[in-house]
Design a protein around this ligand. Sequence first.
Ligand SMILES: Cc1cc2nc3c(=O)[nH]c(=O)nc-3n(C[C@H](O)[C@H](O)[C@H](O)COP(=O)(O)O)c2cc1C
Length: 195
Amino acid sequence: MDQSQIRIGGICGSLRTGSYNLMLLRAAADLMPDHVIYEELPIRDLPLYSPDLDGEATPQAAREFRARVKAMDGLLFAVPEYNYSLTGALKNALDWASRPVSESGLNGKPVAIMGASQGAFGTVRAQLHFRHVAVFTNMHLINKPEVLVRDPQAKFSADGRLTDEETRRLLAQLVQEFASWTRVLAAPRATLTSR
Ligand SMILES: Cc1cc2nc3c(=O)[nH]c(=O)nc-3n(C[C@H](O)[C@H](O)[C@H](O)COP(=O)(O)O)c2cc1C
């Protein structure tokens, strides 16, 4: 990997087959600039977090997820909205990634969020809750543009392609801003680790 490249991990908070948030994440991945090495980080196999499972007893799926989160320069989250908040699956993944605190893969990480929902407000409440979690876990979120996709059924084709040009334009802007943000914040870390 050359110095100008950055690694971005994509996390989808929905486990649903045919998830619009997964379609959104994949559409964003397709718009990443050339210097981004992108990987999807699935959360489906994570057990429910309990401190009893942490430490020596940490299951392999959680160990691997934590290691992959840590290896990323930045994280892009697709944030569905369940009952005005994050899905349990996404909160669980954030809880795993945040521990142990001294080794949290979220600490200081450049992060972007976006979301699609079939409700009227396109995940705005879930995204706000995500921002609460980001304060305590010390993720560095970009604020704009806000990508709040409502009526996703009219914006993606049956095979999952983003067909709405306005959403694509906004997503491209988010991805560009986020890649730049990640590069700026990742630079000091790269300098330190190369010494
Ligand atoms: C348990 C549950 C709660 C939901 N609550 C909300 C909600 O508060 N706001 C909203 O906009 N949509 C809500 N929805 C609808 C979701 O936005 C919709 O199911 C969406 O497709 C989920 O994202 P996905 O397609 O990525 O799985 C809810 C769906 C479920 C199953």
